[in-house]
Design a binder for this molecule. Structure first.
Ligand code: 5GP
Length: 215
């Protein structure tokens, strides 16, 4: 029997674009890291930004850090799936090799905000899966923001204000997960990813497989 029609080998499937968004402090970065560590079939889409690197951030790993001029040139050359201004800097998702890799079954994880999600969804509805992570309460969100940095009260207030703005976009997502326990939240997100991979339309190997079953 040919490999493509063997029930013991994985069927060919189309990759998906898995978007995780949340207000900052809701745990999106932790969940993303857990997903990337646990699942060998998904990799992070590295965004391009005009923001300068923070201590410890590596060019090409956390972001592709570029100048304003370079970003302008990439916009002019239509190099982005989407881009958006956030906190005074610009961020964009480079098309790069994503399109071809999706055909080969590679999944991509996107850590982008609601604006980017909207644009990506408009460009490619069939491949996009949108997941929004909510904090269990506003009090807990504030506690998480306060505990993670030496930011002043003013900075924390402005982050809280922005978080409320982000939360208002919850209904533009396919799935919403409340992060009151990081392991439970991760388990739910992983289940969503696994179920989405099984969608009939994504399992491109089904047609030859079923043809073989019926012959
Ligand atoms: P940070 O500067 O803290 O790494 O990210 C700030 C915000 O920019 C986060 O909300 C993050 O989700 C968003 N962001 C990161 N990359 C992209 C991107 O490629 N496109 C869009 N639209 N937002 C992004």
């Amino acid at each position: 029997m040919a490999d493509s029609t063997s029930a013991t080998s994985p069927l060919a499937r189309r990759g998906l674009m898995f978007i995780l968004s949340s207000p900052s402090g809701a745990g999106k970065t932790t969940i993303s890291r857990m997903l990337l560590a646990a699942d060998g079939e998904i990799k992070l889409s590295v965004s391009v930004t005009t923001r300068p690197p923070r201590p410890g951030e590596i060019d090409g790993v956390h972001y592709h850090f570029v100048s304003d001029e370079r970003f302008d040139a990439m916009v002019a050359e239509d190099d982005f799936y989407e881009w958006a201004p956030v906190f005074g800097y610009r961020y964009g998702t480079p098309k790069g090799h994503i399109r071809n890799a999706l055909k080969d079954g590679q999944d991509f994880l996107f850590d982008i905000d609601w604006q980017g999600t909207q644009q990506l969804y408009q460009k490619d509805q069939q491949d996009v899966v949108r997941v929004f992570i909510l904090p269990p309460s506003i009090k807990e969100l504030r506690r998480r923001l306060e505990s993670r940095a030496q930011d002043s009260d003013d900075v924390i207030d402005s982050r809280m204000e922005r978080a409320r703005g982000e939360i208002s976009h919850w209904d533009a997502y396919d799935y919403v997960v409340i992060n009151d326990d990081v392991d439970a939240c991760f388990a739910k997100v992983a289940k969503i990813l696994h179920a989405e991979r099984m969608k009939r339309q994504r399992q491109t190997g089904l047609i030859p497989f079923v043809r073989e079953l019926m012959s």
